[in-house]
Design a binder for this molecule. Structure first.
Ligand SMILES: [Zn+2]
Length: 431
């Protein structure tokens, strides 16, 4: 098998790796680069193959940095199947349809997304499927609903793609299953240089208590898919366990509403199906202008969960604009904030930011942030995941910033004789 490294060799986005099997060329993940202008320019770079030469895509999970390039493949002539799990198929519909509507995203439109969805082919976890002189199966990887690692076998050799690995103690999603024995691993390294800090329950509880006891307004900035459902579930569960605390909780994001339905439907795959169903079925969402008009003048205690997580789009801007002068309001950033985003500006201590409407606002309230909600395995969990491998397995590190990859390489090198950080276009022949 020949591995052709391409995407996420530079950082954490744009996942895309090619594998040449005896009878076909496949692509593992097809993600968009996201972040700075310079990073996003990589989406314009021609692929090493014409999309009509690619015979199939295998998708590890639905996040845009793993799936967002699919409509562009279709637009440029890809005709094959896109294999993924059932929850991934349901989530990429939401994620790609949203992506096609973002004005800055000029790569494809809704028609291309529609066409992309027709190419999806469902595969169950651990179901072995033949493909172009080889076979593959998807293995639960934690992280988000439907996320998988991939084991690909051909001519007596096996390659494992970790996909994005989840954490062991995720409150909602089951821990990733160990990596099967293999000859080569293409491994993510997002948290390759650090341990996750913070405690989800503690941080959330203290925020919720503050809102409740001090009758404040809480605005939670969250990614619409996965993070949103986690927050809604944990918050709902908190108020069930603390019946004396009474806070109205609403979410304001149509995309979050759609993802709620998928999480509710596939909740049986998670650790806490009953709790999720309970929370997502009863959750109040803002659907009409009238509801929003009614909410605008409200005093605390009130919690609004909205997206986007980095304050770059979505409906969160209207809440920030509305409550910007309220010194007691709390904005809670629950995800990673990329350089150059309004969320990062606030974290850096700036209080004047550009809202999603383009208006400048001055946020007078408190700003809280946490990385406890991350759905990624941290440094120690990544190392632990490789425990099933023998020391002859070759390890290739992608999907991480330079420091993260270097650190992980260093730590894995004591156990494995071959740990490598591939560059874009690099080819490795696994014999
Ligand atoms: Zn991911």
């Amino acid at each position: 098998m020949e591995i052709i490294f391409w995407g996420s060799t530079e950082g954490v986005t744009g996942s895309m790796t090619f594998v040449r099997l005896p009878e076909g060329l496949i692509c593992v993940d097809a993600g968009l680069y996201q972040g700075t202008e310079e990073t996003e320019a990589l989406n314009e770079k021609p692929l090493p193959f014409n999309p009509n030469e690619i015979n199939a895509v295998i998708l590890t999970h639905a996040h845009l940095d793993h799936s967002g390039y699919l409509p562009l493949l279709i637009k440029n002539g890809f005709k094959g199947k896109i294999f993924c799990t059932r929850p991934t198929a349901a989530l990429i519909k939401i994620i790609l349809e949203d992506s096609a509507k973002i004005p800055e995203q000029h790569y494809y439109d809704e028609e291309h997304v529609k066409e992309t969805l027709k190419h999806l082919s469902i595969i169950e976890w651990n179901e072995s499927k033949s493909l172009f002189g080889g076979s593959f199966k998807l293995i639960p990887a934690g992280h988000i609903l439907g996320a998988s690692s991939l084991s690909l076998e051909s001519e007596g050799k096996t390659i494992v793609f970790s996909g994005d690995l989840g954490r062991k103690d995720d409150p909602m999603i089951k821990a990733p299953l160990p990596c099967p024995p293999c000859d080569a691993v293409i491994m993510e390294s997002t948290y390759g240089h650090r341990k996750r800090t913070g405690d989800i329950e503690k941080e959330l509880n203290s925020f919720l208590m503050k809102i409740s006891r001090e009758s404040r307004i809480g605005i939670i900035a969250s990614f619409a898919v996965a993070r949103g459902q986690l927050l809604i579930t944990l918050i709902n569960d908190f108020f069930i366990r603390h019946p004396d605390e009474k806070v109205r909780v609403v979410f304001d994001s149509p995309m979050m509403g759609l993802a709620n339905e998928v999480y509710e439907k596939y909740s049986y795959l998670t650790k806490i199906p009953g709790t999720i169903k309970n929370a997502l079925l009863g959750q109040e969402g803002i659907e009409h202008q009238g509801q929003w008009d009614g909410l605008k003048k409200k005093k605390g205690p009130l919690i609004i969960i909205s997206s986007s997580g980095m304050l770059t789009g979505g409906r969160i801007g209207r809440h920030l604009e509305n409550w910007q002068d309220d010194k007691t309001a709390i904005l809670f950033l629950t995800g990673y904030q990329s350089e150059g985003t309004p969320g990062r500006e606030l974290l850096n201590g700036h209080r004047t930011i550009k809202s999603t409407s383009g208006k400048m606002i001055h946020w007078e309230g408190e700003v809280l942030s946490s990385d406890a909600f991350s759905s990624h395995a941290d440094h120690d969990e990544l190392i632990e995941w490789t425990n099933e491998l023998n020391c002859e397995s070759k390890i290739f590190l992608i999907h991480g910033e330079k420091d993260a990859k270097m650190n992980l390489k260093n730590d894995l090198s004591s156990k494995f004789s071959f740990v490598h950080i591939p560059s874009k276009s690099e080819i490795f022949n696994l014999k």
